[in-house]
Design a protein around this ligand. Sequence first.
Ligand SMILES: C[S@@+](CC[C@H](N)C(=O)[O-])C[C@H]1O[C@@H](n2cnc3c(N)ncnc32)[C@H](O)[C@@H]1O
Length: 207
Amino acid sequence: MKWYDIFSTIYDSSLEKLYFESRKRAVELLDLKDGQTLIDIACGTGANFKHINALNLELDIYGTDLSEGMLKKGQTTINKNNWNNITLFQADARELTPSLIKEQTKQDLRFDRVICVLGLSVIPDWNQVLDKMLDLLNENGVIVIVDVFAEKRNFNTWLVEKFARADLNRKIWQTLEKKTNNFHYEFLPVKESKVGGKLFVATGMKK
Ligand SMILES: C[S@@+](CC[C@H](N)C(=O)[O-])C[C@H]1O[C@@H](n2cnc3c(N)ncnc32)[C@H](O)[C@@H]1O
C-alpha cells in the first residue's frame, strides 16, 4: 500500500484546520461562474469541494489523484453530501492528457479552471505536470495553485517533507509566472512552523 493510501485515514482530521482558509482564498481566486468546468488535480480527499460547492453555482467538477485511498475518502464525502456534480477518477498527474481524461470520463473535456492544492510539491516532474495542467485549460482558462515554499529550511521543513513526501524547495509560483498571463501570488497567513515554510497561493490565465 502506498503512503497516501495510509495517510488518507487521518488526512482530514490532522491537517484540515491548517489549510481551511487557504482553500477559501484559492476558490475566491478561481473566480468561478455558472456553467464552467473545473478539475482539481491531486485532489486527495476532496477538501476543496465543500468550498467550491458552497458557491451554489452550476459547475461540472472533476477530481483526480493517484491514491486510491485518498479518492475513496473523497467519494464517501461526495456521497454523503449528494454532490452529484463531482466525478472522481484515478490517474497519475504526470500522464494527464485530454485523451487519458476522455478514456476515464468518456467525455471530450477541456476545463475553464484548474486547481491544485499541495500537489506540485509532492508530484515528481512538477514542471512538466504544470505544463500538462495548462494544456488542459480552455482559452483564457485560469489555474490556481496553493503550495508551500521553505525560504529558510529548518527542522519543521524536514519533518513536513518526510511526512507529506514533499519537496519544499520548489519555486512553483515563479514558474507559473513565466507560463501565464494576469499572474498574481500572495503568501497566506499560516505559521511557517506549522506547514514547514511559506504557504502561498498563485494564479494565472492560460497564455
Ligand atoms: C498533500 S496531498 C494534497 C491533497 C489535496 N490536494 C489537498 O489539498 O488536501 C498530495 C496529494 O498528491 C497526490 N499525488 C502524489 N503523487 C501524485 C501523482 N503522481 N499524480 C497524482 N496525484 C499524486 C497524493 O495522493 C495526495 O493526495
